[in-house]
Design a binder for this molecule. Structure first.
Ligand SMILES: [Zn+2]
Length: 274
């Protein structure tokens, strides 16, 4: 699932590839998706979006915005995938939304377990979106150690390091994917409770949030996720489905995978001790 680094890549690709193109047609879902959270009636998107010219893109945490003329926007987030292609090739036959563009290309929206798609010309008042938009991005200097310490102090001390990073949109854009390498680089086991962490470990976690996300973003996203063209990102994950049961790059011990708090965790039992 796309998280902060992949959403930044998507924003860049929209700016490079889609800006200047005009939406010529809107096609609604080929089959209903139980956990696709629409904003407004998707059947009204045809009227709203046809003829709109794509002007820019922005990304906040788990969301990416596609801005068009006439103050119209499309926001996609958390579990929604975007693909771009030319109509001369085969158009996907399963999607949640498909836009045709004036240069014989298309943009297709699909979702995994869940997703958010919103097209609108007013305010998108979805709670997760607003939280993503209004929070301080870990990629900015304003996200400093003091800010991190505040988030830490406001959280329950029995919370695990994993849930601290990935839940309640404390740090929008961090999900169960990027947190694995963040905690590896900090030397912290994802199951550790916050109250068990020393000041040095807490500090290492803060530094790792900043440096790991920067590295992932600079690499164009993780190698477990795909971009607008279906290509994998250039950031090589240390801990992911690609590396489970292989030797840890630091100590050589075998990387393990476990189910923990709703979703898999990966860790090196030796570098990230309990
Ligand atoms: Zn190790």
């Amino acid at each position: 699932m796309n998280e902060l680094p992949e959403n930044q890549r998507l924003r860049r690709q929209i700016e490079e590839i889609l800006v200047g193109k005009t939406i010529t047609g809107v096609f609604n879902a080929t089959k209903p998706h139980k956990f696709l959270f629409w904003f407004g009636d998707p059947l009204s998107y045809n009227k709203l979006l046809t003829g709109r010219r794509i002007e820019s893109s922005e990304s906040y945490g788990m969301f990416v915005d596609l801005l068009t003329d006439e103050h119209t926007k499309i926001s996609v987030g958390d579990g929604t995938n975007l693909r771009y292609g030319t109509i001369t090739k085969k158009v996907p036959d399963s999607y949640q939304l498909l836009l045709t563009l004036d240069d014989n290309s298309y943009l297709v929206f699909s979702a995994g377990m869940f997703g958010f798609i919103a097209a609108y010309d007013g305010i998108y008042d979805e709670m997760y979106y607003q939280k993503s938009r209004n929070s301080i991005s870990p990629l900015t200097d304003d996200f400093d150690e003091r800010y991190f310490d505040e988030l830490f102090a406001k959280s329950k001390s029995t919370l695990s390091a994993k849930l601290f990073l990935a839940t309640e949109q404390r740090i929008p854009g961090i999900g169960n994917g990027v947190l694995q390498d963040i905690l590896f680089n900090a030397g912290v086991n994802p199951k550790r409770q916050l109250k068990s962490l020393s000041d040095a470990e807490k500090s290492a976690m803060f530094r790792s949030v900043k440096t790991t996300l920067k590295e992932m973003t600079a690499g164009g996203g993780r190698d477990t996720e795909t971009d607008l063209f279906g290509n994998k990102g250039g950031y090589k994950t240390i801990l992911s489905k690609n590396t489970v049961n292989t030797p840890c790059p630091v100590c050589g011990n075998i990387i393990v995978k476990e189910a923990f708090s709703g979703g898999a965790i990966y860790y090196c039992p030796s570098c990230q001790k309990m």
